[in-house]
Ligand binder design. Structure first.
Ligand code: PGA
Length: 251
């Protein structure tokens, strides 16, 4: 049985103090979440060490939102996979559409990042998703398939065990427009097929695929009820502990 996950991507929000409070509020309620559901929070880099401390003794895992494509050295402003591990991270998000769109993150760069993250012992939440033009042109299956292949076909079935995929249609992120459960499900099923073609049915079946894009307490239940949707990557609604927990209670 593949793992169910609800992950909170805080993006560039909260002060360190606010982040600690949010993490404590999530940790305090994490006991309400069924045993088979993993909770993850992904604060900004500056918060990681303090949030790790705030989460101690809880079952909430810590993730970064990005990591460097180089191991170490003269790369001013970058944060390495080793640093994330030493700060207490179990995961890093990679390839979020905001990184692809605003910071020039390419599939080729993502291969290097995923490689380093896995080699250093981090699990990866790899984001894929089409933008509005691509959806309107009917290219969403092609775009998501090729993003998935371009990165993940460089890895082995063994490595895939430490990779979670998040399908996030760009037109649904932060817009209040959620993909319908049917729209999300058909892409999730397509991603699973792309995985099965390369890694076999069992490996594809064991991979957790999250939905992200305006997921909130009012729509999580319907989304999570789909056979290929294994949880969510939550942006805006992850900034309120009660909403985040309510989403995790939606399975
Ligand atoms: P949103 O963001 O829930 O605010 O739409 C999701 C994400 O970008 O991960």
């Amino acid at each position: 049985m593949r793992k169910k996950i609800v992950a909170g991507n805080w993006k560039m929000n909260t002060s360190v103090q606010e982040g600690i409070e949010l993490a404590k509020a999530v940790a305090a309620k994490a006991g309400e979440i069924p045993a088979g559901v993993e909770l993850i929070v992904a604060p900004p880099f500056t918060h990681l060490v303090s949030v790790a401390e705030a989460l101690k003794g809880s079952k909430v895992a810590l993730s970064a939102q990005n990591c460097a494509d180089k191991e170490k050295g003269a790369y001013t402003g970058e944060v390495s996979a080793d640093m994330l591990v030493s700060a207490g991270c179990a995961y890093t998000i990679l390839g979020h559409s905001e990184r692809r769109q605003y910071y020039g993150e390419t599939d080729a760069k993502l291969v290097d990042k995923v490689r380093l993250a896995l080699d250093k012992g981090l699990k990866v939440i790899l984001c894929v998703g089409e933008n509005l033009d691509e959806r309107e042109a009917g290219r969403h299956f092609d775009v998501v398939s090729s993003q998935t292949k371009a990165v993940l076909y460089n890895f082995s079935a063994e490595e895939l065990k430490n990779i979670v995929i998040a399908y996030e249609p760009v037109w649904a992120i932060g817009t209040g427009k959620t993909a319908t459960a049917e729209q999300a499900e058909e892409i999730h099923a397509c991603i699973r097929k792309v995985l099965a073609d390369k890694f076999g049915a069992q490996a594809a079946d064991d991979t957790t695929i999250l939905y992200g894009g305006s997921c909130k307490p009012s729509n999580a239940k319907e989304l999570f009820a789909q056979p290929d949707i294994d949880g969510g990557l939550i942006g805006g609604a992850a900034l309120k502990a009660d909403d985040f927990i309510a989403i995790a209670l939606s399975f």
